[in-house]
Write a protein that binds this ligand. Structure first.
Ligand code: SF4
Length: 393
């Protein structure tokens, strides 16, 4: 089957067995039932009709007093923007709904701890040109847009995506391309933002085309949350054709909870996969939302069914105003401990702490080596049973 043959969620019926499809309920459009199917499936309509004010929000959910206060008081710092598709997934009554927690302002955002950082990953200090971070020897992070379909409340780059005036300019993109061309050590480029897929097809085609002309660039990655918050973007045949043309493209997305894994998201990922795009996922560990081994395992199992590799679980960064989302690092280790051995290694992402201040990603794992005496290493397995391994002396 080709991606062109998959236009609607109904077309998935011929591709997946029913028991798999049943794990991906359709999002529907309940709160927007007066909107035509064509409009609903248009990514431009979704962007133009984002939920950005309190009246629109209250027409979808029963806002709590705290949510209203948070909306009013956080707007200046980090405004609200939710695609109708994502807004429609919110529980009308439950303030702890995992979709609602990621989309609606929370009082916790008003608290700035002494240990919070405006630029938690030190991305600005490793910028040789505006809009490009060069930290690791052979790869760069290239910011081509400062807009996102949805403004995630836990975003680590709030300082960028919250400011409409900071939209990436053409000059910034040209300067980034020039830097990559001039630095032969750059083998791998992560095209990110904001979200690069809010750009026009022509712009995306141009950026990917220019990168592909550079002889030392081998890997091109895209960081985008559109499969989660705007899966309608993947219904655009022209976009998929562009990604196919400039392949191999590695696309990393950001599913955090099984409730985000809808039939529409399955359609979006399947279309990408059929066009040869390699898919990965980076979840963020968020308190009260997915800091639970059963929930994380369920996310990872569904990811595999969607042809997406579970790549990373990130410890929540020290960005300002997101301390209410943070867990202890031991929680992430505990989740991996409860996954390793109990489910396939394919389904287990790497848990990482992105070191504050710009130290890069540091993998954190449960300890499986019990002791090491001369050439004897004692290991333990997932059931806490111990085994001895003798290394060459
Ligand atoms: S999609 Fe990513 S960059 Fe954009 S608001 Fe969400 S977390 Fe931030």
């Amino acid at each position: 089957m080709n991606y062109e043959d998959l236009k609607t969620v109904e077309d998935l019926d011929g591709l997946y067995p029913k028991h798999i499809l049943d794990k991906f309920p359709s999002a529907g459009q309940n709160a927007f039932d007066d909107v035509s199917k064509d409009e609903w499936n248009s990514w431009n309509w979704q962007l133009q009709n984002r939920v950005v004010d309190l009246d629109a929000l209250e027409s979808i959910i029963n806002c709590s007093a705290d949510e209203k206060k948070s909306f009013i008081e956080s707007t200046e710092k980090f405004n609200m923007g939710i695609t109708p598709y994502y807004a429609n997934l919110m529980d009308k009554l439950d303030v702890t709904c995992p979709i609602r927690m990621q989309a609606v302002p929370n009082l916790g955002e008003l608290i700035i701890l002494k240990t919070d950082l405006e630029d938690p990953l030190g991305e600005e200090k490793d910028m040789p040109v505006l809009g490009l971070t060069h930290r690791y020897p052979d790869r760069v992070l290239f910011y081509v847009s400062n807009n996102c379909p949805m403004l995630c409340r836990h975003c680590t780059r709030k300082r960028k995506v919250a400011a409409p005036s900071s939209a990436a300019q053409n000059k910034q993109i040209e300067d980034g391309l020039k830097y990559i061309k001039e630095h032969k050590e750059v083998r791998d480029v992560i095209v990110s933002g904001g979200d690069p897929l809010v750009l026009s097809n022509d712009k995306i085609d141009y950026i990917l085309g220019e990168l592909r002309k550079i002889p030392h660039v081998e890997i091109v990655r895209l960081g985008t949350r559109t499969p989660v918050t705007l899966p309608q973007r993947m219904l655009d045949d022209k976009l998929i054709e562009i990604l196919k043309k400039h392949g191999p493209i590695h696309l990393n997305t950001h599913f955090n909870h099984p409730k985000e894994m809808t039939r529409e998201a399955l359609l979006a990922c399947t279309r990408l996969a059929l066009a040869g795009v390699a898919l990965g996922n980076q979840s963020v560990l968020l308190k009260g939302l997915n800091d639970d081994a059963k929930i994380m395992t369920s996310v990872c199992h569904r990811l595999l069914l969607m042809r997406v590799r579970p790549y990373y679980i990130y410890q929540c960064d020290l960005a300002e105003g997101i301390s209410h989302f943070r867990t202890k690092i031991t929680k992430g280790i505990e989740i991996i401990e409860k996954m390793r051995g109990w489910t396939s290694g394919l389904a287990i992402p790497q848990f990482v702490v992105d070191a504050p201040g710009g130290g890069g990603k540091i993998p954190v794992n449960p300890e499986y080596i019990v002791s090491r005496v001369e050439n004897k290493v004692t290991l333990r397995n997932y059931k806490q049973e111990q085994y001895e391994y003798f290394e060459p002396s």
